[in-house]
Structures are given as structure tokens and as C-alpha cells.
Design a protein around this ligand. Structure first.
Ligand SMILES: NC(=O)c1ccc[n+]([C@@H]2O[C@H](COP(=O)([O-])OP(=O)(O)OC[C@H]3O[C@@H](n4cnc5c(N)ncnc54)[C@H](OP(=O)(O)O)[C@@H]3O)[C@@H](O)[C@H]2O)c1
Length: 377
């Protein structure tokens, strides 16, 4: 059975990486599995383009490698007035309707729009979704999450949190087999891991932030990584996977920088303020921690206390001997205590949390898992 894929966010970093990987790997001649995966649609923020027979491998390879816009593809249609929320209706009306053999890949960062589109697809069609966009499952109410994720044969989101470590499917499977989660500790941001590691190694806070920017680890405005919201969204998803009906707003969120630094409109001016006002005080905090055999890490935690999950995101002091202190660079780490993985032998996993190649490959793994029947050679 042919799997037809519509990639939303095709011109983004994840989108192009995904298309490039699909062009190289997901072709029947390679004899990995017998179900051909075919890209039948591409969309960016302005246009969508459909090829019912499937875009060729050569086209995808070239699209992935260049700065080509979807609007430049033959037959592209401007959707900027209606938005991609109308796609399911448009596809139905134009006869491009593959029902359960159609998978939408969401590689956008859209918020309400993506949530509404996902809900529409899951409620009103037979089609499926694989998403790297964590907003629909991590930013909105638990009811939305429940509706979207009720059927794992139609909705996959392994790429939304700790993609590289497979934390979403692991927690979900623990919950499904009744192994109750009591505690989660996790370092969920490669960027903040890099910055705290650099500070522990003697760099000033402003220099560590600059180094993360220079290495391409931050969003265009580095404060989008430092406000902790991305970490909180990931913790919301992980907690929900572990069976806790939590809301994003339940998280006690302490941003990496004091809140007033997010009100400074110019990121460069903010960096100067950090250099003037925070470098010295942060350095003495780092030295003080070191004196007690501790170091700083920006962590997410869930503790199941008196029948209620307590969720926190913020800076913590951890022993220098702990696995979190030993984390290097942008690596992520998760430690989970369950009925079976007790305090004395918790489940621990560390390694690259995401990155473009891993995120795209995890989306492709989700696509394999969404196939109605996977036939291997
Ligand atoms: N980067 C990573 O390593 C990573 C890892 C895990 C998860 N993610 C998640 O993956 C998603 C994509 O990340 P990215 O880094 O690839 O972002 P990006 O480079 O900013 O790409 C965003 C893509 O979404 C498109 N887009 C924006 N609004 C749209 C709309 N209304 N309809 C259709 N397409 C729209 C953009 O089109 P234009 O080109 O027209 O703007 C672009 O193709 C995000 O949700 C991110 O959190 C990223």
C-alpha cells in the first residue's frame, strides 16, 4: 500500500532535511520495506503544491538542497488568504483524497493554526499526522492532547520531545503496561545544556550565550531559548505521556534569565545588560556551587507527590558527580523513577536530544510506524 505524504513546512530546516532524507532512503529499490512512501504535497507559509503521482526523487533531492520556495513549483497555489487549515477541505474538493493512506507531516512552528488543523484532520478525516511541531500536543489543554493522541496508529509525535532519545514512546509504553512513573528529571534543552556547561567551565554568562549563538544553537532571538518555554512544552508532553493529565500552566517555570531581560526589545542591548549586570553575580554563584561540589544545570522535573504531579522548570544545583553535571555540549539526559525502575536503579538515557538529521529521521520512523501494513523484504 502506497503511503502518501504531505509536508507542511517543506522550506524549513527540518522540512528540507526530511525531504533530502526521503529522497535518499525511502525508495523501494533500496529494499528496506515494501511500501513506497511518496511525497504528494508540499507547503510553506504562502503556497502549497500537489503532485498526485508523487514528486520524483530527483525533484525532492534538488528541492532539499536549494532555497527553492514552494511558490516556484509548477502549479503551486497561494494559500495565504485561507491558510493551511483549509487543506483537508481543499484536498477533498480537488480529488486528492487518500484517506488513511495520506499522512500530513507538520514541520512548522504554527500554534493555533496547527492545533486546529490537527484536530480537523483527526476528527473529520481518516488521514494521519506525524509532527515535529510540539505546540498542538504540548501547548494546549489536556483535552486537545487526548483527542489528538488517542489513536497511535493515526498520530505520531516522537520528534516533539527528546526525539533522539526516544523518550515519548518509552514513557507512553510504560504508562500503557501499568509501570507508574514517580519522578522524571531531565535536561531537555541542548542550547541551555551547552550554556550551563560552558559557564561551569569558566565562561562568563554573556560569553556562553554568544558562543551558543555563534555555534547556531539558538533561535534568531536567543532569548526564545532562554525563556524556558520550549523546555516547559517538552515537559508537558513527557508528563502527559507518563499518564499525568497536566496543563502547561501547571509548570512552575523559572526562565534562565530574570524576567525583565525579556522585556528589552533589542537582543544586543540585552546581551550588554547581561554582561554588565549578570556576569559577575553569576560567576560568583558558579564558584560558590563549585565550593560545595555542585554545578548549575537548567532542568525539568516531575515529582509525583501525594497523588499530585509537581512540575518544575528552572536552574538547579546538582552534585558534580551526577550524570547531569557530567553532560557535555548539547547532549540531553533523562532519568525516570517508576514502579520497576526504582530510586536505586532508575531508567537513564543520555545523548543527542534532537538536531536536524535526527529529528528528520525520527519523523521518518514515525512514518514507518503509521503505515497500515509494513511489509519487510
Ligand atoms: N530545528 C530542530 O532541530 C528541531 C528539532 C525538533 C523539533 N523541531 C520543530 O520542528 C518545527 C520546524 O522547525 P524548523 O527549525 O524547521 O523551523 P523553520 O526553519 O522556521 O521552518 C518553518 C517552516 O514552516 C513553514 N510555515 C510557517 N508558517 C506556515 C503556515 N502557516 N503554513 C505552512 N507552512 C508554514 C515555513 O515556511 P516559510 O519558509 O514560508 O516561512 C517553513 O517552511 C518546529 O515546530 C520546531 O520546534 C525542530
Amino acid at each position: 500500500m502506497r503511503q502518501n505524504v504531505f509536508v507542511l513546512g517543506a522550506t524549513g530546516k527540518v522540512g528540507r532535511e526530511l525531504l533530502g532524507q526521503m529522497a535518499e532512503n525511502d525508495v523501494p529499490e533500496l529494499k528496506r520495506h515494501q511500501n513506497p512512501t511518496v511525497v504528494i504535497g508540499l507547503a510553506d507559509s504562502r503556497h502549497y503544491a500537489i503532485n498526485q503521482g508523487g514528486f520524483s526523487q530527483e525533484f525532492l533531492r534538488q528541492f532539499a538542497a536549494t532555497k527553492q520556495r514552494v511558490g516556484e513549483v509548477i502549479g503551486a497555489i497561494d494559500h495565504s488568504s485561507e491558510g493551511i487549515a483549509e487543506l483537508p477541505r481543499i484536498l477533498r474538493e480537488t480529488g486528492t483524497w487518500y484517506g488513511k493512506e495520506l499522512v500530513y507531516v507538520d514541520a512548522t512552528s504554527e500554534q493555533e493554526l496547527a492545533r486546529d488543523l490537527h484536530l480537523d484532520i483527526i476528527r473529520n478525516t481518516d488521514s494521519k499526522i506525524a509532527t515535529a511541531n510540539k505546540n498542538p500536543v504540548g501547548r494546549y489543554d489536556h483535552e486537545t492532547y487526548k483527542t489528538l493522541t488517542a489513536n497511535p496508529t493515526r498520530y505520531r509525535y516522537s520528534a516533539t520531545a527528546m526525539a533522539g532519545l526516544g523518550a515519548v514512546p518509552w514513557l507512553s509504553e510504560r504508562h500503557m503496561i501499568g509501570d507508574r512513573v514517580h519522578r522524571i528529571d531531565a535536561s531537555l534543552s541542548g542550547t541551555l545544556g551547552f550554556i550551563t556547561d560552558a559557564m561551569a567551565n569558566g565562561m562568563k554568562m554573556s560569553e556562553a550565550i554568544q558562543a551558543a549563538r555563534a555555534a547556531g544553537y539558538t533561535e534568531p532571538d536567543y532569548r526564545d531559548d532562554l525563556n524556558g518555554i520550549d523546555v516547559a512544552r517538552k515537559l508537558t508532553i513527557l508528563a502527559r505521556e507518563a499518564g499525568f493529565p497536566v496543563e502547561f500552566a501547571d509548570i512552575q517555570l523559572e526562565p534562565f534569565l530574570p524576567r525583565e531581560y525579556f522585556d528589552i526589545s533589542d537582543p544586543e542591548e540585552c546581551l550588554e545588560e547581561i554582561s554588565e549586570k549578570l556576569d559577575v553575580s553569576m560567576q560568583s554563584e558558579v564558584d560558590d556551587a563549585k565550593h560545595f561540589g555542585l554545578t548549575h544545570r537548567y532542568l525539568a522535573s516531575l515529582e509525583h507527590l501525594d497523588g499530585k504531579p509537581v512540575l518544575k522548570v528552572g536552574m538547579q544545583r546538582v552534585p558534580l558527580s551526577s550524570g547531569f553535571a557530567r553532560l557535555q555540549g548539547t547532549d540531553n539526559r533523562i532519568q525516570v523513577v517508576t514502579d520497576m525502575y526504582t530510586d536505586k536503579k532508575p531508567y537513564r538515557l543520555e545523548g543527542p536530544g534532537a538536531g536536524l538529521d535526527i529529528t528528520a529521521s525520527v519523523l521518518r520512523r514515525d512514518l514507518v510506524n503509521l503505515q497500515s501494513q509494513v511489509a519487510r523484504f
